[in-house]
Design a protein around this ligand. Structure first.
Ligand code: ADP
Ligand code: MG
Length: 388
């Protein structure tokens, strides 16, 4: 893994090489991981993500005419576009759509976006579920807002970045990723109510407690993830209709037994049980963190995993192996994080045991004949910011 300083240096070097001269500034935005609260977002429920130390950095300056040139170290070719391409979604495709989408969303909200040259470097793995997409959106948004002196308050930025991704790129995502990477704070997790979109900073100072979160990138091939996601979502929406509530968030955990009695197939009952108990686990996690009891959230993380595995049925063998190996090696709790069918696992561990737990996960993988996973030890880190 590169350190954040290296990423910033790579963005600057890319800028100098592509455009000549020095950038006017550098802006960074992190990836994120969801501590707990899976498949609760589209049920109007609760999530608790935090920002990662891995970051995407944009080195940029403004230019006189309203044209944008963007280069990323992921692609040799810079992409250039003008006002015509950001009048409507669809004018720019491929990875640069995430950049053009931010320009479009800002213009659509009535801002005069300055032309700019941007060079992008990143440590956030792409497509692993750690939200490299929100990181690039948030870093570009911060750069363009500062370069143009635009008045875009922090609380409005997640919506703008989400519009770039939903309406311009065409990827349906909730507000969690953009909220976490823009509003995240070091030593805190972000408690987000997906119905009201209210956020609250929850103390999660792993470092002070001698703890860390180990993130395991399962490297499992995503198997039918889109279709399965749509099926879970449809099942939850149908259950809410059958129960006569706007969303499953409106079924309190105390009312769960009665609600399950009113549903007539076992699969739907299990789907509902996951969502309703998962919302409660987020609330319980928040309550424990508010009273400083970080280690005690371990069993909630592990219960969340069991619920995803047995009731929501969205885990895969690589993921279950990583969770079991982490727990056997002494993690306080472990769970899959993200939409499922691959992606990442997180484990709450003593900081001085993180390497040993990572070794145990790799050994568990080797025993099962799986290709080696990626591992990374993280602490809750700052959200999007200007570097210099
Ligand atoms: P995730 O957000 O989980 O990493 P997504 O599929 O949502 O996965 O977003 C990944 C896409 O975002 C990439 O395929 C690419 O188009 C774009 N992207 C993310 N980071 C970068 C980057 N540093 N440079 C260029 N494109 C990027
Ligand atoms: Mg994404």
């Amino acid at each position: 893994m590169n350190t954040a300083g290296d990423v910033a240096a790579r963005a600057t070097a890319g800028f100098r090489q592509r455009y000549g001269g020095e950038p006017a500034g550098r802006w960074a935005a992190p990836g994120r991981v969801n501590l707990i609260g899976e498949h609760t977002d589209y049920n109007d429920g609760f999530v608790l993500p935090f920002a990662l130390p891995l970051r995407t950095v944009v080195a940029a300056d403004r230019c006189d005419d309203a044209r944008w040139t963007v280069w990323s170290e992921l692609d040799d070719q810079p992409v250039e576009f003008g006002p015509d391409e950001v009048d409507e979604p669809g004018g720019v495709t491929g990875w640069a759509a995430y950049v053009a989408g931010v320009v479009w969303a800002l213009r659509d909200a009535g801002h005069t976006v300055p032309g700019a040259r941007l060079a992008i470097a990143s440590d956030v793995p792409v497509g692993s579920g750690l939200s490299s997409s929100a990181a690039i959106e948030a870093a570009v948004l911060a750069a363009l807002a500062d370069l143009g002196g635009l008045d875009v308050p922090a609380e409005r930025r997640p919506r703008l970045a989400q519009r770039a991704e939903n309406a311009y790129v065409g990827a349906p995502t909730g507000i969690m990723d953009q909220s976490a990477v823009i509003r995240g704070r070091a030593g805190h997790a972000l408690f987000l109510d997906c119905r009201s979109e209210e956020v609250e900073q929850i103390p999660f100072d792993l470092d002070a407690a001698g703890l860390a979160v180990l993130v395991v990138d399962s490297r499992a091939p995503h198997r039918h993830a889109d279709g399965e996601y749509a099926a879970r979502r449809a099942s939850c929406e149908a259950a809410a209709r059958a129960l006569g509530v706007p969303a499953l968030r409106d079924v309190p955990v105390a009312a769960l037994p009665g609600a399950l009695d009113r549903l007539d197939d076992d699969e739907t009952r299990r789907r509902v049980r996951h969502v309703v108990t998962e919302d409660q686990r987020v609330l319980d996690t928040v309550a424990l963190l508010r009273s400083g009891r970080i280690r005690d959230i371990g069993p909630l993380l592990t219960a969340s995993h069991a619920s995803m595995r047995d009731d929501f049925e969205i885990t895969v063998p690589e993921i279950d192996t990583a969770v079991e190996a982490a727990l056997a090696a002494g993690a306080y709790g472990a769970r899959m994080t993200g939409g499922g069918f691959g992606g990442c696992v997180l484990a709450l561990v003593d900081a001085d045991r993180a390497d040993a737990v990572a070794d145990a996960v790799r050994a568990g993988y080797a025993e099962r004949g799986f290709a080696a996973p990626g591992t990374l030890t993280v602490l809750p880190s700052p959200g999007a910011t200007r570097l210099d």
